[in-house]
Write a protein that binds this ligand. Structure first.
Ligand code: SAM
Length: 400
């Protein structure tokens, strides 16, 4: 696919284009959109890279754009997406000469928004290029400055955490997709394998660390019945089912989730793993803490329950840079009520082994779950990261 096509694909998934397209497109998370686009063959590795870098650098690009425009409005608004992508591309692509990149963007601007915008796009690109080294230095030396105010305020009393989140959030990852395949070898692999190979599950290294840790904690302990209460879209469910099949004599696994569309994604993911998993794998829509728990689930002895709770996702900035576009802590109060009621409902099951996790590094969020569980976390993926070259998601987990 040409650079021009990649830009076109990335543009469609940028915020202003999504707002203009539909309410649904603007409300979905970037990971869901990427999954959809990939399934429809509308995303190549170049487009994915541009999209993620554009999302990572967006807040900084917009700040610079504001100075550049000196109060003049942008028309149409969607051209903002293109200008953000230019910024990200010029600052992060080192294999393609900058003039080639800029020319392509200028041509796309003319085609998509009209030839009168060529001058503006060109001038913006040139200014970005002139300041490129300063931006790079700023990103390396003061990454927290690139975080939106909401994050900086929230973690003002935790400078080390803020710094770590910013460093990870704005680092350019190596090309490819972290994933595991049939052999359960976890590695960063070329994007094309994600598109073509089956079965193949994309997963953040932090999540992989978590499932390996759970499997290790259960070493030698049989867990024939496994329930994943918040399972969709299913990365951890599938990985843990595979690991437990090998080490824990897994016979029956049930994945539940409160949201029907997400459960559909779980089913699609499971379908690609059918041959590898035990035959008794089921899924069910169930909102723990809200719905009546069916007798068939409530009366069962569950050997292993995983509750990967809905949370702010503050530890996933590296893979979910769209969190920067909103304040992920806005809904915390509502989320905490949900977390508490899920945990209360799961407690009723009296599972033999309960593991609880959140994809968050926020001290207040961690403390809240700890209070619900009456114990401190026993796992943090950041602590376990071996290499700085491979940033991991910030996952926190408890074993009960
Ligand atoms: C962190 S995500 C789970 C990710 C999943 N474990 C994975 O690895 O792909 C949390 C999930 O909890 C679901 N959820 C939210 N409230 C729930 C509830 N009361 N009962 C069950 N699932 C719920 C959400 O729909 C969401 O899919």
């Amino acid at each position: 696919m040409s650079f021009e096509d990649s830009i076109g694909q990335a543009l469609k998934l940028m915020p202003r284009h999504r707002e203009a397209a539909s309410r649904r497109a603007s409300s979905l998370g970037l990971d869901d959109l990427i999954d959809e686009a990939r399934a429809q063959g509308q995303l190549d590795s170049g487009a994915l890279d541009l999209l993620l870098m554009g999302t990572r650098y967006r807040a900084r690009a917009l700040r610079s754009l504001k100075d550049f425009l000196k109060g003049k409005p942008l028309k149409p608004r969607e051209i903002e997406d293109l200008l953000v992508l230019i910024f990200a591309s010029l600052l992060s692509r080192d294999k393609m000469p900058a003039p080639v990149q800029l020319n392509t963007f200028v041509e796309i601007a003319a085609k998509s928004f009209g030839p009168h915008l060529k001058g503006l796009v060109n001038a913006w690109g040139r200014q970005t290029l002139r300041d490129r080294e300063n931006f790079e230095r700023e990103r390396r030396e003061q990454p927290t400055e690139w975080l939106p105010l909401a994050w900086r305020e929230r973690w003002a009393k935790h400078p080390a955490l803020l710094d770590e989140a910013a460093r990870r959030g704005f680092e350019r990852p190596e090309a490819g997709v972290s994933a595991f395949g049939k052999d359960l070898e976890f590695a960063r692999r070329p994007f094309s394998e994600w598109q073509e190979r089956r079965p193949f599950q994309a997963m953040d290294p932090g999540s992989w660390d978590l499932v390996r840790w759970i499997d290790g904690e259960l070493q030698g302990i049989p867990t024939p019945n496994f329930l994943d209460a918040c399972a969709a879209p299913g990365g951890k469910f599938i990985a843990l089912a595979l690991l437990r099949s090998r080490h824990g004599g897994l016979k029956h696994a049930l994945g539940t989730d409160s949201k029907f569309p997400r459960l559909t994604r779980l089913k699609e993911n499971l379908a690609t793993w059918q041959a590898e998993l035990p035959s008794d794998i089921q899924t069910q829509v169930l909102a723990w803490g809200e719905d009546l728990v069916p007798e068939s689930i409530g009366s069962k002895t569950w050997d292993l329950v995983l509750a990967d709770l809905p949370c702010s996702g503050s530890g996933t900035l590296h893979t979910r840079p769209d969190l920067l576009d909103r304040n992920p802590f806005d809904r915390l109060e509502t989320l905490q009520k949900i977390q508490a009621s899920i945990l209360a409902a799961l407690g009723e099951l009296r599972p033999r082994h309960l593991f609880v996790s959140i994809c968050s590094v926020d001290p207040i969020e961690i403390e809240f779950v700890s209070r619900c569980l009456k114990r401190d976390p026993s796992f943090k993926s950041w602590d376990r990261a071996h290499s700085k070259a491979e940033p991991r998601e910030g996952l926190t987990a408890w074993r009960l």
